[in-house]
Design a protein around this ligand. Structure first.
Ligand code: FAD
Length: 323
């Protein structure tokens, strides 16, 4: 059954986040041959519309308003609902990012529809559209179908591959006007913490440190390895609690959930709460002095050794491969 599917293009610092392109790929599956319409909300975002089309959107609808300069759930939900009213979609896809996690339940409740949150896959199986999502902190996966209402899903970054960009694709870009009013929160300015390198939630490679790193300086070899691999640095809560690094790096049940292609855990014991945030990584490498450490149970490759010896050796070897 062909459907019209709205896909939110998520903009950060003037650029589209990769999860937007992954959401378009999911939208294509949900559309089953129907139309995928990209949606851009912001104060000056129209210039990004072509990129959504290159990645597979058939056309793009834009809501521009100075009140949408910074994200607020009131403002963005009003703008998105105005697009829903004008387009009457049968499907909606958001990224399961901080923004998507905040906005999707609000929009779903306003539309009185369900929400499949944190989906890691969507396929057509036996004539049904079947979503996969992790449950019990990633220990099991459930399959879900939607039987009624709008098919609304938020997708976990780094799980559904985006389509190849095709710069020859073109499509219509139109605008919808929305009355953005009664904002209970107005964000005047966003001051970001200076973070080095790649965004953790979208990184394909993560080098993560735990209490075994022993100090803030102990993170330096991990940063070097991450830089050589073009990856991001993450951490266990143990490392954050010990003040070796900022909490924005924390991965786990109460931190970020990541699914990179490669996760290198250094001096991390593998507590269940840490595994909840990384065990679905495609390849896990664990470096730990303790051969009994729990992290080895989820690791594809385990190195029993001192991270301060192993990590610099890895960095040197990867440097050679790059030459
Ligand atoms: P440790 O458990 O102390 O492990 C350090 C490891 O480093 C050990 O295995 C040791 O063998 C190894 N090591 C030491 N020196 C070296 C060396 N030189 N070379 C190699 N290996 C070495 N934790 C999270 O990570 N994320 C969360 O989101 C999270 N949420 C939580 C929520 C709740 C409600 C609770 C109760 C806990 C949560 N925790 C979370 C904490 C979690 O239970 C663990 O305490 C924490 O993950 C331990 O961090 P760690 O592995 O770095 O430290």
């Amino acid at each position: 059954m062909a459907r019209k599917v709205l896909v939110l293009g998520e903009v950060r610092d003037g650029a589209l986040r990769n999860v937007s392109f992954e959401a378009i790929a999911a939208g294509k599956t949900i559309a089953e041959g129907g139309e995928v319409v990209g949606v851009l909300l912001g104060d000056s975002v129209t210039a990004l519309a072509d990129k959504l089309i290159h990645y597979g959107a058939d056309r793009v609808v834009v809501v521009e308003d100075p009140k949408l300069k910074n994200y607020s759930s009131d403002g963005f939900s009003q703008a998105f609902l105005a697009v829903v009213e004008s387009e009457s979609p049968e499907g909606i896809v958001f990224g399961h990012t901080a923004l998507g996690k905040d906005l999707s339940p609000k929009v779903a409740s306003r539309l009185s529809t369900g929400l499949i949150s944190d989906a890691t896959g969507v396929e057509v199986e036996g004539g049904n559209l079947v979503f996969t999502r992790p449950i019990y902190s990633g220990k099991a996966f459930e399959k879900k179908i939607v039987t009624d209402g709008i098919i609304f899903a938020s997708i976990r970054p780094n799980n559904i591959p985006s389509l190849e960009a095709d710069e020859s694709r073109s499509g219509d870009v139109s605008s919808v006007s929305a009355e953005i009013k009664d904002l209970r929160t107005i964000i005047k300015d966003v001051v970001r913490k200076a973070t080095e390198g790649v965004d953790l939630s979208e990184a394909k490679i993560i080098v993560s440190g735990g209490r075994g790193v022993k100090s803030a300086d102990g993170f330096e070899p991990l940063k070097e390895l991450a830089a050589v691999l073009g990856g991001a640095v993450g951490a266990s809560r143990g490392a954050c609690d010990a003040d070796y690094c900022d909490y924005s790096l924390q991965i786990g049940q109460t931190g970020k959930v990541v699914t990179p292609d490669l996760y290198i855990a250094c001096g991390i014991s593998g507590a269940i709460q840490h595994l909840a945030g990384m065990s679905n990584s495609k390849v896990i490498v664990a470096i730990n002095k303790d051969p009994e450490a729990n992290i080895f149970k989820v690791a594809d490759y385990g190195i029993v050794g001192d991270l301060f010896e192993v990590v610099p050796l890895l960095t040197e070897e990867f440097k050679k491969l790059k030459v």
